[in-house]
Design a protein around this ligand. Structure first.
Ligand code: NAD
Length: 519
């Protein structure tokens, strides 16, 4: 099959995008079109000295940016909102070429930064406004909570949603007055580079948003050691490394990590709706969504019916390489990742699991394709029983009681996302509250939680520390300055004063503070 690459992806355009990545060594990495394995562009690889230089430029730009009125900073994002929507098709072309995902998922990814901009454009003025509070001495003192930017934020992004994680997580940081040094995954650096180009076209000062590229362990230490805060999205294993280093440097970090997300179907659920949800939950983005579903729990009474419908719907999915909306499912991100996914299925089968459908790589479609796969009989001694597969592979389980289903759902080190399906919403919500998970979607897989930008979204247990979105999604990029003013020196004893009288008046004052509203 011949694949026509989108006209937008000219060599000149790709060269222009990567030209902002510093590399004094001249080293490059071959960034490929996933569908074909053909090289799209040579991506410069940054040395530690390049990273330090990027921080120096960002730090200078940050001081000027933070000094600008908030309204001016926000105006950049109002213009960017329009530009991002106007250019969504080009962004989609880039995301598809570098990640191999299907077009539906790629275009949906382009919506995320726009939604984040929209939310914080409305919320940032309130969050960043100084808050005046009472001081210890009524009328004579005050304390004001002032939000100062951290400085330069290092962002490390994964390949599965490169545009969303690379750009969305920078928006609130920039609004708060910070600069960014972003390290995207080598495989998927193009779409975030395009996002930065659009931000600059919207008026973001040059130099404020730096990009460095390289393999994680090569780039990571210098990136973290120069940052005032680190925003990391990726695997739990890498998150631990990042968190340790940030801890040593006494800087804050937000870690958005992996999951082994469960779905519980209750007796009264509409199974046809569940099947549609399950298709997306298991196979959306070719199973490479951190919040996607790898474990499904069905009541024993409805297991056979669900299995039949879900297997039939899965077998009707189309898979393929295409830049149009044809295929229901695209490729995995790389041949290496395909081998990892295949190894999870092989291990499960060797230990007694049954493949209900799928289970094979599809080299006829491209170097990294793998069939949507449903397994039965998966146990905890299998790789895919406990660790994240991060591919289009899902295990079906049946349960007898809701307590058992909740216990099984919670029987994991992870706690990123869960999905509960039921006809009675109150009951479904009650079940949801019992799941140890940072996000729980009732009658949906993940989009309802993730698109609710006003509510923090993060993982518990081994799925993360901190959250994106909500007020904390912006406030985490700030330090609090407590600006306290005393109009007259009236507190504290002075040498030679009558200490009995001093203690009396202090105790009297404390009693009065408790009784009045004065703090
Ligand atoms: P990964 O941890 O291998 O890599 C993520 C990023 O970290 C990449 O840019 C990589 O180059 C970099 N990196 C790797 N080692 C590093 C090191 N020692 N120092 C600094 N940086 C380093 O993860 P991945 O395979 O790219 O992404 C998939 C994982 O990300 C899955 O586990 C998925 O669940 C998770 N994820 C989580 C969320 C979330 O919001 N919780 C979102 C998307 C993906």
């Amino acid at each position: 099959m011949t694949l026509t690459r989108p006209a937008s992806l000219t060599d000149a355009f790709l060269q222009r995008l990567v030209s902002r990545v510093p590399s004094t060594s001249g080293g490059t990495w071959k960034l490929t079109e996933v569908y074909t394995g053909e090289v799209l562009v040579e991506l410069p690889q940054s040395t530690p000295a390049d990273i330090e230089a990027a921080y120096a430029v960002a730090r200078t730009a940050q001081r000027a940016w933070a000094a600008r009125p908030l309204s001016e900073r926000l105006a950049v994002f109002k213009r960017a909102h329009t530009l991002f929507l106007d250019n969504a098709q080009t962004t989609t072309d880039l995301i598809q070429a570098e990640s191999g995902k299907n077009r539906r998922m790629a275009i949906e990814e382009t919506c995320d930064p726009v939604m984040v901009m929209s939310h914080y454009l409305k919320r940032a003025p309130k969050l960043l406004a100084p808050v005046k509070r009472g001081g210890p001495v009524p009328f004579l003192s005050s304390s004001t909570e002032i939000r100062q930017p951290k400085g330069v934020v290092g962002i490390i992004a994964p390949w599965n949603f490169p545009f969303a994680t690379g750009i969305s997580d920078s928006i609130s940081a920039l609004m708060a007055g910070n600069a960014i040094v972003l390290k995207p995954d080598n495989k998927t650096a193009l779409s975030p580079l395009y996002g930065i180009e659009m931000l600059e076209e919207a008026g973001l000062p040059k130099g404020l948003f730096q990009v460095v590229c390289g393999e994680g362990p090569d780039v990571g230490p210098t990136l973290i050691d120069n940052a005032n805060y680190v925003m990391f999205t990726g695997s739990t294993a890498t998150g631990r490394v990042i968190g340790e280093r940030a801890g040593r440097n006494l800087i804050g970090c937000c870690l958005e990590l992996g999951g082994k997300n469960p779905m519980i179907v209750l007796e009264d659920a509409d199974l046809d709706e569940v099947v549609q949800g399950a298709l997306f939950g298991a196979f959306g983005n070719t199973g490479q969504i951190c919040m996607h579903i790898e474990r499904m729990y069905l009541p024993a009474s409805r297991y056979a019916e669900f299995r039949e419908k879900f297997v039939a719907a899965t077998e009707a999915l189309t898979i393929g390489a295409s830049y149009d909306f044809g295929p229901d499912m695209g490729s995995l991100v790389s041949p290496d990742h395909k081998d990892r996914v295949a190894s999870h299925v092989e291990d499960a089968v060797a230990k007694g699991a049954t493949v209900l459908t799928g289970g094979r790589a599809r080299p006829d479609l491209g170097p990294a394709f793998f069939e949507p796969t449903i397994l039965e009989g998966v146990t905890r001694d299998m790789l895919c029983g406990v660790t994240e597969t991060f591919g289009p592979v899902v295990a079906l389980h049946s349960y007898d009681t809701v307590d058992e289903a909740v216990a099984l759902a919670n029987d994991t080190d992870y706690g990123l996302n869960a999905s509960v399906w039921g006809g009675d919403l109150a009951t479904a919500c009650q079940v949801g509250r019992r799941i140890e998970s940072g996000n729980v979607n009732v009658n949906d897989i993940l989009a309802t939680a993730f698109a609710s930008k006003g509510t923090p979204s993060g993982g518990v247990k081994q799925s993360g520390v901190g959250a994106r979105h909500g007020d904390q999604g912006l406030l985490k990029y700030t330090d609090v300055q407590n600006l306290a003013v005393l109009k007259k020196q009236v507190m504290g004893a002075r040498p030679g004063q009558d200490y009995d009288a001093y203690v009396k008046s202090m105790i009297g004052g404390l009693r009065m503070m408790r009784k009045t509203r004065i703090r």
